[in-house]
Write a protein that binds this ligand. Structure first.
Ligand code: NAP
Ligand code: SF4
Length: 675
């Protein structure tokens, strides 16, 4: 008996039957910008198909040149491009899965010459104002969607998804926010929905009744001038009547000032909006965004909020997600932690997506290596993210691995990070590694600090030093004062004295500490309620865009962040998540002071110079977050004894210490053993 009966139930869609309720949601990966794009994409999707997902939706392809997100963005508008798609559809079908091509016209989000929209109102996230579409443009555009859908069918796709949400062209037509037309394509609701309905109807007409057509509806726009719940329901019913097989849930426009998928968004936060869609139509509805575990998926389906669950990032993190659910191996799932660091943040900085917890994602061809020629005995010292990734990958490749950890539990810095609101997701990563260590028979030695002599006696073929970092103690007079605590002491339970807190250092960890100190308690229920109130989300979507006035809740403490570098803080925070963290701290009135020189610490507080003027910051607690230094004494001892060892993670480079780099380094190193 499975614990996930709803998730594993087949779904008969008439034109095809899906083996389970899991859909791989569309995600732009930029894999097409790398060498061998067709082979690379085919392997990427084939891996997920092999992993048991029933239906995959590709990243968005524009139906016309001006609908591309950027000048070299994916385009599918001519039969000469069919050959690029065939390897993808064939590779997915070889594993018995289905695949649909997403058709995405970026409208006013297009960063290309000649961008178009229902009006010439520019988006706040694109400096290019669009050109107002003429009647001929509109009719041509509807036809372009149908041409792309027909090409997709010819290329072997089982269906298409029409991207009607997230603020792209179709969504723009539906919303008064940027549709100011007074002709047949704007004004009344009927007119604003016309473009979406015509696109849907033309695609159905051109592709026939036995072809899957998914329509992605914005379930909550999260912008002023967006749609109300009744209008969204009317749109969903209209596309259903025009021939859609499935409604997929979109959440929020890209220009919304509400986070929709990052780790500060509680799990399954948007299932209320899927429920509204489900109540409006009879065809199956897909729930999406921040659903990363089988338990969440099962609960949403069991409640009847939706009929299918979309997961995009979770299948980057673990392509075998569906098979593991089916096989009762839930604890072996490598769960997406919603960090966005190696997927969206890389995409936004014009690099190809991969995954922090699974650096093989998107690089399946690069990791396609034969088994090692020799099985090695390997010692990994340090069970932080780099050491864990190295130990588990080496054991997966058949090596005999011993993993030493000085503490009583695995995790290293992850055990600290998981204390920060939102970063509890690291619990899943730790659970994954614990399970894999047991499954693979890795010899885990906790509370163990081997020295060079012991390692020499045990005669390992390879030694990996992943001993991590220690916090830097800045050279500020009075740093030993009782007001001072390190971020490690704080995250491991030290109490904050008094109301006034200064944070010395505003890197990733300084920001994490500001979040930790200013956020309310984050038990699941209160986190959800707090999220809705803090960002002004109206779950009834009775007003336009589903927005309320956000709560003005400030922190119960006076918090001041400090850095020596002049200028804006947090420039190195993640591109897709940093803005929301900065905004949340600003809402909670966390103060910031840049360009400071630290003079000293005493009973009066923290003495600084700012703009040449001396100031005393009368604070009760000073949290030191001044970066890290590598811990690598063991490496030095081994080198002195003439033993070769590999240095990875923070022990190798403490600056820019990062779980993403450590896991990637550990994984790649494991592939080099015994070849
Ligand atoms: P960091 O990013 O290098 O920041 C260190 C901070 O300490 C800087 O603000 C620096 O600013 C200050 N500092 C450095 N030397 C100092 C000194 N001698 N005296 C006083 N202040 C000093 O390091 P971190 O905050 O420890 O973070 C480590 C890594 O963890 C980051 O590189 C990041 O990749 C990762 N991380 C990321 C996130 C995220 O949000 N994505 C969250 C947590 C951690 P000034 O020199 O201007 O004073
Ligand atoms: Fe999920 Fe982070 Fe991996 Fe992206 S990089 S798929 S958010 S774990």
């Amino acid at each position: 008996m499975t614990a996930f009966p709803h998730l594993l139930q087949p779904l008969d869609l008439g034109c095809l039957t899906l083996p389970n309720r899991l859909l791989m949601g569309s995600m732009h990966t930029r894999l097409e910008t790398l060498a061998q794009p067709a082979r690379r994409l085919a392997r990427f999707y084939a891996e997920r198909a092999k992993g048991g997902v029933g239906l995959i939706v590709t990243g968005g392809f524009a139906p016309s040149a001006e609908g591309r997100l950027e000048p070299d963005g994916p385009l599918f508008n001519h039969s000469s491009q069919i050959a690029e798609h065939r390897p993808v559809t064939q590779a997915v079908h070889a594993h018995g899965a289905r695949i649909a091509l997403q058709i995405l016209h970026a409208g006013r989000y297009a960063k290309v010459a000649g961008a178009i929209g229902p009006s010439n109102i520019a988006s706040p996230i694109n400096p290019n104002a669009p050109r107002r579409m003429t009647e001929a443009d509109i009719l041509g555009c509807i036809e372009a969607y149908a041409v792309t859908a027909a090409l997709a069918r010819e290329a072997g796709y089982d269906g298409v998804e029409i991207m009607g949400s997230e603020g792209y062209l179709i969504n723009e037509f539906t919303a008064p926010r940027c549709n100011d037309r007074s002709d047949a394509w704007g004004g009344t609701l009927e007119n604003r929905l016309r473009f979406a309905i015509e696109v849907m109807a033309r695609v159905r007409q051109r592709t026939g009744s036995d072809f899957l057509v998914i329509f992605r509806v914005s379930s909550i726009d999260l912008v002023e001038g967006g749609l109300t719940r009744e209008e969204i329901a009317a749109l969903a019913r209209a596309v259903e009547a025009a021939g859609a097989n499935i409604i997929n849930q979109g959440v929020g426009w890209h220009e919304a000032r509400v986070p929709t998928i990052g780790l500060r968004v509680p799990r399954a936060a948007w299932s209320f909006a899927a429920r509204h869609l489900k109540a409006a139509v009879k065809i199956p509805v897909v729930a999406s965004n921040r659903i990363n575990t089988p338990e969440l998926a099962e609960a949403i389906l069991a409640r009847g909020d939706a009929d299918l669950i979309s997961m995009a990032r979770p299948l980057l993190a673990d392509p075998e997600f569906a098979n593991k659910v089916r096989q009762g191996r839930r604890d072996s799932i490598n769960v997406c932690i919603a960090c966005n660091q190696a997927c969206l943040d890389l995409i936004f900085s014009e690099r190809a997506a991969t995954c922090l917890v699974n650096p093989k994602a998107g690089r399946e061809l690069d990791f396609d290596r034969p088994p090692p020629a020799a099985i090695c005995r390997i010692a990994v010292i340090g069970a932080g993210p780099g050491g864990l990734a190295c130990a588990v990958t080496a054991a997966e490749r058949g090596h005999d691995v011993t993993l030493f950890e000085a503490e009583a539990e695995i995790g290293g810095q992850l055990n600290l990070a998981r204390q920060v609101p939102g970063k509890e997701e690291f619990d899943e990563t730790l659970r994954y590694y614990r399970t894999r260590i047991a499954e693979l028979g890795i010899d885990l030695r906790l509370n163990s600090r081997p020295d060079a002599a012991l390692l020499a006696r045990l005669d390992f073929a390879e030694i990996v030093i992943a001993t991590g970092v220690r916090p830097r103690l800045p050279d500020i007079p009075g740093i030993a004062h009782s007001k001072c605590v390190s971020y490690i002491e704080l995250l491991t339970g030290a109490k904050v004295a008094g109301q006034r807190v200064a944070i010395v250092g505003a890197g990733g960890i300084g920001f994490d500490i500001a979040e930790y100190l200013s956020a309310p308690p984050h038990e699941a229920a209160s986190a959800h309620r707090h999220f809705l109130a803090e960002w002004g989300i109206d779950t009834s979507i009775s007003g336009r865009g589903g927005l309320n006035a956000p709560s003005g809740a400030s922190s119960s403490r006076d918090i001041l962040m400090l850095q020596r570098t002049p200028g804006r803080m947090g420039r190195k925070l993640g591109l897709s998540t940093g803005w929301a963290l900065r905004l949340a701290l600003a809402k909670r009135q966390v103060a910031q002071l840049s360009g400071v020189e630290y003079v000293g610490i005493d009973d009066a507080g923290l003495h600084v110079n700012v703009d040449g003027k001396a100031r005393v910051l009368a604070v009760d607690t000073i949290v030191i977050c001044a970066g890290q230094e590598p811990v690598r004494e063991l490496y030095g001892d081994l080198s002195a004894a003439g033993r070769r060892a590999h240095l990875i993670g923070g022990a190798e480079r403490a600056a820019e210490l990062d779980a993403m780099r450590a896991i990637e380094q550990g994984t790649k190193l494991a592939f080099a053993f015994g070849v």
